[in-house]
Ligand binder design. Sequence first.
Ligand code: NOJ
Length: 709
Amino acid sequence: MMPTRQRARQLARPAVAEGRPPSYYFAMLRHTRALVSCLAAVTLAAITGPLRGQVRVASPDGRNEVTVDVREGKLYYSLARDDRALILPSLLGFEFRGAPPLRDGLRITDTTRQSYDEWWTQPWGEVARVHDHNNELAVSVEEMAAPNRRFTVRARAFDDGVGFRYEFPSQAGLGAFEITDELTEFALADNARAWWIPSNWPRKDRSEELYSSGPVSTLDSVQTPLTMETRDGRTFMVIHEANLVDYARMFLRGPRMEGRTLHAALAPLADGIKVRGRTPFVTPWRTIQLADRATDLAPSVLGLNLNPPNALASTDWIHPMKYVGIWWGMHIGTMTWSSGPKHGATTANAERYIDFAAANGFGGVLVEGWNVGWDGDWIANRNAFSFTQAYPDYDLAAVAAYARQKGVRLIMHNETSGGIENYERQMDSAFVLYRSLGLHAIKSGYVTDLTSAGDSHYSQYMVQHYRRVIELAARDSIMLDAHEPMHDTGERRTYPNMMSREGARGQEYNAWSGDGGNPPEHETILFFTRLLAGPMDFTPGIFDLLLERGTGRPRRPDEPRVRTTLAKQLALYVVIYSPLQMAADLPENYERQPAFQFIRDVAVDWDTTRVLDGRIGDYVAVARRVRGGETWFVGAITDEQGRTLDVPLSFLTPGRRYVAEIYADGPNAHWLTNPLPVTITRRTVTSATRLRLVLAPGGGQAIRIRPAG
Ligand code: NOJ
């Protein structure tokens, strides 16, 4: 289909056309209903100045409907799917310091509508083409008494969910403001099951937590994306946010055993203020993704559609790639970031990694611990980091030149430890230096809970900081991979150099002793939660699963080790999407390993993604077709239960023959007792083939399917 852009007023849409599906007429009926209620509101306003009004907008398929309503001077929205309530009337509004709340005595003064129907192409992604198809309703609201403050709630209804945001026009009664609370509620109609990680401000507020699940009524304070399944299993819902630019990150405060209403909660600045601003001002979108099946949640594009289009003049310098790095050694204790006899970032070691990357077709090499500042307590000494000065045993210019000569991109590591002012002082000159050396990728780090001033590391201050980094990096053609990041709200659409981030417990937790690492179910939950926000630099590909250099002694469950089979490590390359995908193990652990061939082969940029099967927390199977090619990759993973999946290859082109290279859990494989065996087989397949994927407990399967001949 040709890309089209229709910004026609919804009310001016053609009436009934021939040959439309029933959903079309359903949608039109809803639009008519919306028109009627809109006219009613306007008429009422003209006659009485309404205390009450109700307006609706439905998705193009007519299934999802948002209602905005004023009751006794308070503004509410609600959400229904197939006429079934999902979100009951939920309050909208704000509290401020030094001004009365914007919550009471409101009336609707105007409503406008638009429709959007366009396709756009991602420079890289889980899918190449994205359909932005929605109906929009903007409801303007005003306080009936002085200071007569005004704002608009803009809602967009898509077939895969809805988003709404607040917009404050410039006005006499509201100039500079300090938000102390956003009053947005999500009053769930059903005591749905939620998969959640806690938000523990100010004790320890991190994304690197293990997931729990339970009824919404039991939630305390949780992070988004928050994925929920209604008790009857008919609907999956994900609450998150999009286009977080100049605001605080949103959490959800739960009902704590009373009711089912979640409240927006914003990460605070040091003085307790959540957001400082001045009109005109817009908030991020609050999003509620909807699907009939868990497998329909991914790939998630709702948030992308609510971000502005690409702002970069050129994206030619942006390259999805696999990379290796001087990294895992630090986490398992064979190398150090700091100077000394085990210093990992030496010139010779970096060149060894560059040779390995070049020999195996990897695009990048990450070097951590290259720069001065790691000696002593690097977390406490946050202002000691230099982002330009290398340790004496690391010749940055020579390594950069060697990488260039070998056709490999060096990934600069910028750990800040949350020393934001220190980083901001140096960012400009550091990025200019990197650019002058031909270095176009940075992995950043923000190991901290608070900024030096005591702001939450998810506060508005940090949101602004991350945005400055993205923009400055774009200036110098630098791709970004942020660890301990702000959560992903779709920035990559506007700035495709913002490629990947951590923002969940990654592989590194398996290297550390103490908390038992990631349990086998972990990634089967991540897929349906954190990964719906965007790509994750999980760093898969550990082959030395027992972490003891091949002695083969099974480790006790409480000893540090990776809690998957080796085949599952391979499958993670397909299941966990990232345009920057690491082969995380030491190069020597890949030597003479036939299974390494899969990591060499697997792609990192996709034309199409299909979730073939899955259940949150149990298993998932994903197929992805390579961008610009006919080769498919399939990845399937399971939790601690072994299971057999029946996977029809109906996604392949009919009538065509393909060769499937299958990397399966070997005989008696088991994540705890026998994680290493992988059986590699090859067979001819077509779109009529059904594959039986036998997954060991904690296991997985990875498959490359390429056209025969
Ligand atoms: C935590 C990051 O997740 C990890 O990848 C990095 O090695 C350390 N911080 C040091 O920056």
